[in-house]
Design a protein around this ligand. Structure first.
Ligand SMILES: *[C@@H]1O[C@H](CO)[C@@H](O)[C@H](O)[C@H]1NC(C)=O
Ligand SMILES: *[C@@H]1O[C@H](CO)[C@@H](O)[C@H](O)[C@H]1NC(C)=O
Ligand SMILES: *[C@@H]1O[C@H](CO)[C@@H](O)[C@H](O)[C@H]1NC(C)=O
Length: 600
């Protein structure tokens, strides 16, 4: 099955008049679907670096599929015959298109506000899957490859009063011979555990006015002892001094001022610092000033490490072992696929898990918008960030490996800002995993780029001995902390997976997905049995924490996702299978067991 009846309707409608946008009655709605409208994601998309001179480009754009030669002849000055909602995946109901398209053109126009100061104009994209080439008034302004990291292009040389933006998108996903980072997306080889693909501008697109010399990026390494190292990256060729003012949150009360040259590491200290900790997340406001530029930012002081506590290696924050207990979190939506329908919807998932007592989210082979991590920073939820994996069933060649490394390092670079991210996960199981020296190489490259976190080189399957974790996957029967591992942290990186088939109206209505439900590790017959069994599995992990060297776990999974019915909550987020009170008690038993072993 392709994209349901909507694809047929679109074919019929694509005549001479432009086809007007309408939500393609997503196969399964959420309570937020009808709230999206045509002004989606209106909030400032980069909370770590805010300037007032910005304007969203989100909303209705023109859209047209093209072919492999399309990029050679951009349709400058032409109108495209359909409408698409930005940001969205072409394949999603919310896009208004809901089709598979490997090559496409996306078009909009803008006028920069006349009261903006003189300077440069940037066009920013939160994420475009997979390759984007941007044309401004017919001129090629640059391109970006990789579906999971933000990018900015300086379009000052091309802008006029009224500007035409054309974006060419190419997303081969899992086409024959293609081997790229794509996470759970499959266009051709969908299955029980691989889902709908996402192509196109799936996070906010926006423009921004900056001075001639400007702040291109900010990064803080702020530790529990109050020391802070700020690295402020300048625009190309910019030199001069920067000032970093650290303030109590919501006040102008300065607690530290750091001065030094741009593009260097400048250090300072906050006396009597209040730390960022799981469940107690203190953040400070920051204002960074460089010449005529100034951006608002924030920082959390915390130290992430691997620490020996009572003879066992534990993952620690500020020297304390907060047993990380997480769900496997796919971040998929039935209406938006990769794009949460609204910011409230995105926050709902975090709130739901926090309410139950999870203190960690393993963001599984997908990367969220920056506003997500700003939210986990604010909520005091730890994040294990997976790199989006390459296909599970092919071995990458040297070029493909290099590209996976390049994109992974770009994700580390663009997300190292967020204090709630405590662990990078390089490979999921054997998916795209390479032999020992290559795995060791990428682990070391990530550590060299970001020494402020710990690294899980491979979650599950073939352990080559690298990284800070010994991470095991076993579903109904957790096997955590059973071996003698002197130097690494033992965790149950996936377990659980107890399924419950809800009523037909809660299922992703694709017969091929429904046919895979029997592949679930184990199924409960009703909601009582579901809670009974899943809590039994949880309590077993608790015993392993108490009796073995188990330091944490990841329960599969947050939501039902297409043919997977093992969510704590339904795919629509309407029905919590997890009995909140029973799960809260079970998680309390787990944290209590950790406390007996020196945990916080
Ligand atoms: C799950 O429920 C759907 C809808 O009621 C049904 O078609 C399907 O056969 C069920 N599958 C299993 C394995 O129970
Ligand atoms: C829960 O599971 C236990 C052990 O399998 C069983 O003895 C008990 O009857 C179950 N309770 C319910 C309410 O299903
Ligand atoms: C708990 O784990 C042990 C192995 O550590 C296994 O033998 C047992 O069956 C598990 N119990 C449950 C209820 O899953």
């Amino acid at each position: 099955m392709k994209h349901f009846a909507a694809a047929l309707l679109s074919l019929v409608a694509a005549t001479t008049a432009q086809q007007q946008y309408a939500v393609q009655g997503p196969p399964l709605s959420t309570r937020w679907t009808s709230e999206v409208g045509t002004n989606p994601w209106p909030s400032h998309p980069r909370p770590q670096m805010f300037r007032p001179e910005w304007q969203t480009l989100n909303g209705l754009w023109q859209f047209s599929p093209t072919d492999a030669n399309g990029l050679d002849s951009p349709p400058t000055g032409q109108s495209l015959d359909r409408q698409i909602l930005v940001p969205s995946c072409i394949e999603s109901g919310l896009s208004g298109i809901q089709e598979d398209q490997e090559f496409s053109w996306w078009k909009t126009s803008f006028q920069a506000p006349s009261d903006w100061p003189q300077g440069k104009t940037l066009i920013n994209f939160g994420a475009v899957d997979y390759e984007a080439t941007v044309f401004v008034n017919g001129q090629n302004a640059g391109s970006h490859r990789g579906g999971y990291s933000r990018f900015s292009l300086d379009i000052s040389d091309h802008v006029q009063d009224t500007n035409e933006i054309l974006v060419h998108v190419h997303d081969p996903t899992d086409a024959e011979g293609i081997n790229i980072p794509l996470g759970k997306q499959r266009r051709y080889r969908r299955s029980h555990i691989f889902y709908q693909p996402c192509s196109g501008i799936w996070q906010t697109a926006w423009i921004e006015r900056v001075p001639t010399d400007y702040i291109a990026d900010v990064l803080f390494d702020a530790k529990a002892d109050g020391s802070i190292t700020a690295t402020i990256t300048g625009s190309e060729g910019a030199t001069g001094d920067v000032s970093v003012s650290v303030r109590e949150q919501g006040s102008s009360n300065e607690v530290a001022v750091l001065n030094g040259a741009i593009n260097t590491a400048i250090t300072g200290n906050v006396n009597n610092v209040r730390v960022w900790a799981p469940g107690a997340p203190v953040l400070y406001d920051v204002v960074v000033t460089f010449k005529d530029d100034s951006v608002q930012s924030y920082v959390g002081f915390r130290t992430v490490a691997k620490t020996e506590i009572n003879g066992v290696q534990r993952p620690t924050v500020n020297g304390k072992w907060y047993l990380p207990f997480s769900t496997l979190d796919q971040g998929y939506w039935p209406d938006g696929i990769y794009t949460p329908p609204t910011k409230e919807a995105m926050q709902f998932d975090v709130d739901y898990l926090k309410e139950i007592g999870f203190n960690t989210i393993r963001k599984h082979i997908k990367v969220e918008p920056d506003e997500y991590y700003a939210y986990t920073d604010q909520q005091g939820i730890m994040v294990w960030q997976d790199m989006p994996s390459m296909p599970h069933d092919t071995t990458p060649n040297q070029d493909q490996t290099n590209e996976f490394h390049r994109q992974s390092l770009e994700i580390v670079n663009t997300h190292a800002f967020f204090p709630s991210i405590v662990t990078w996960v390089v490979y999921n199981e054997g998916w795209g995993q390479q032999d020992g020296p290559i795995e060791e190489g990428i682990t070391n490259q990530i550590r060299d780029m970001d020494g402020t976190r710990i690294i899980d080189s491979v979650s599950g399957w073939n352990d080559h001995g690298f990284g800070d974790y010994k991470d095991i996957h076993s579903y109904s029967d957790s096997q955590c902390g059973l071996i003698n591992e002197e130097t690494r942290i033992q965790v149950q990186g996936e377990f659980g997976g107890v399924g419950l088939n809800l009523s037909a109206d809660q299922l992703w209505p694709d017969p091929a997905a429904i046919a895979t439900i029997p592949e679930t590790y184990e199924m409960a017959t009703d909601i009582t049995a579901y809670n009974n069994r899943s809590i039994q599995v949880l309590d077993n992990l608790t015993n392993q924490v108490r009796n073995n060297k188990c330091s944490g776990g990841v329960y599969t999974q947050t939501t039902d996702t297409e043919g997977e019915v093992n969510g704590l909550i339904s795919y629509s987020r309407d029905i919590s299978k997890a009995n909140i009170d029973q799960w809260k008690s079970a998680l309390q038993r787990l944290y209590d067991a950790a406390r007996e072993k020196g945990g916080f």
